[in-house]
Design a protein around this ligand. Structure first.
Ligand SMILES: [Zn+2]
Length: 456
């Protein structure tokens, strides 16, 4: 038998085997066709009007292009999205799952059921992937790994397991993290996270406005060195410019919040740009939330907010006593200044060519999963970014940080993680809230959050 016939035969067998595999994975063999929408694809390309997309039965994008060139596969379901806009699913690079119920922080809340509840809430707000910043228990890996071998039905997880906290210092979640006192302990704790399968290493360097001891430089150096030894990136919570500079010098891979004490200077900007250090998230909505509840916050009556907030949490946020307690924080009048500093600094970093992601620090009390991503987009526009830039930070750029090559942009071969909007988010960023449907791995996720159901 000639070699070419042999290789043809081999090719036929291979096709049969591969075909059998993909048929086994696909539960919707015909796939789904979306058509007649405006495509905002998460890259730097301009929006494409009258676009169409073929989502394969495997949940990935098989084709995307002008609707006039669409060749819908036989047996596919076609959904006409005339007048609608499609963006990639948002990626929140700074969250904490299931650490509060909106009223209190309690390690007993950190259950797989509450993690799933948060992931469904993120998904219902169009956030299709989250990066958890150091407050997970080890059971997160079973949930994450099940997602990665299948087709998730709620937001995808990236996790650092337990982040590294200095003994007596700021950070972590009570009952979850194991504080360290020496460089050796810090390195051993990083080793443990790496052995568990952490996607990256998180650590906290902050003195909480002078009220707690900060992690000493020899320990942050040990954390970064140990992370790199495992091929993992080390991401630091910071507040002060001087800490940011020292950590960048020590080789940190990203900053989990903005510098908020003073303006970033050319030295930091150049160091971050030249070393490829990411501003992983600026968490502007976190800063805004530090003072928003000192009065009746303007969104307390917004159905897009209240859809995910339990009645007793809303009642507390509306109570004058609670507002007075928030306003009595000794730093209450500093918080607006920290927000403005963070906005100014993010603009400077962007103008200086530093790579920027997107994140909210949602999950703790009064910082609401999903809603805060849309508030963050709004804050970015308030800080001087265009809606297109803000959306790109929250999609394609965030996926670049994750090194998730099949997330963040709507291109062939990528997962069909996307949000259908009823109005143009490039014309007004608040239109990111006009969510008609959300797809993860090619399937629509429930938007009904059953507010308060089944929760104590
Ligand atoms: Zn955080």
């Amino acid at each position: 038998m000639p070699a070419s016939r042999l290789s043809n035969l081999f090719g036929l067998l291979l096709a049969l085997v591969l075909g059998a595999c993909s048929t086994a994975e696909a539960d919707e063999p015909g796939g789904t066709v979306l058509t007649n929408f405006t495509l905002i694809d998460g890259t730097e390309r301009p929006p494409v009007p009258d676009a169409a997309m073929i989502i394969g039965g495997d949940g990935r994008i098989a084709w995307v292009g002008p609707a006039t060139q669409l060749q819908a596969p036989a047996g596919s379901e076609t959904i006409d999205l005339a007048g609608q806009y499609v963006i990639p699913g948002l990626i929140d690079l700074h969250v904490h799952l299931a650490i509060s119920d909106g009223l209190a922080t309690d390690p007993a809340l950190l259950t797989p059921e509450n993690i799933e509840r948060d992931l469904r809430t993120y998904a219902a707000y169009g956030v299709t992937a989250v990066q958890v910043m150091g407050t997970d228990r080890d059971d997160i890996y079973a949930i994450r790994d099940a997602q990665r071998t299948g087709r998730p039905e709620s937001a995808r997880i990236f996790t650092s397991g337990q982040g590294i906290v200095f003994e007596g210092g700021y950070g972590g979640a009570p009952g979850v993290n194991r504080p360290v006192s020496t460089p050796e302990e810090a390195a051993a704790e990083v080793d443990r996270q790496a052995a568990n399968g952490a996607d990256f290493i998180k650590f906290w360097v902050d003195d909480e406005l002078g009220t707690m001891p900060a992690m000493p430089p020899e320990i942050s150096a040990a954390v970064i060195e140990a992370a790199h030894r495992h091929g993992l990136r080390a991401i630091a919570h910071i507040f002060y410019l001087e800490d940011a500079k020292r950590l960048v010098e020590q080789g940190v891979d990203g900053l989990a919040h903005g510098v908020r004490d003073r303006p970033v200077d050319a030295e930091l900007i150049e160091a971050m740009r030249d070393r490829g250090t990411w501003q992983v998230a600026e968490t502007l909505s976190r800063e805004a939330s530090m003072f928003a509840y000192g009065e009746p916050a303007p969104f307390l009556g917004d159905p897009f907010f209240t859809r995910s907030v339990r009645p007793e949490v809303l009642a507390r946020l509306r109570s004058p006593e609670h507002q007075a307690r928030i306003a009595s924080n000794p730093h209450f009048h500093d918080f607006p200044r920290f927000l403005e500093m963070a906005k100014t600094n993010l603009r400077r970093l962007a103008d200086g060519g530093v790579r920027i992601g997107f994140g909210t620090d949602s999950g703790p009390i009064s910082r609401f999963p999903g809603y805060f991503a849309h508030w963050e987009l709004q804050q970015l526009v308030d800080a001087g970014f265009t809606p297109a830039e803000a959306i790109r930070m929250a999609t394609g750029q965030a996926a670049e940080f994750l090194r998730a090559e099949d997330l963040g942009t709507l291109e062939p071969g990528h997962w069909a993680d996307l949000v259908v909007l009823e109005a143009d988010p490039l014309a007004d960023i608040s239109n990111s809230r006009t969510i008609r449907s959300v797809y993860i791995a090619g399937r629509p996720v429930p938007l009904d959050l059953n507010r308060g159901a089944g929760e104590g």
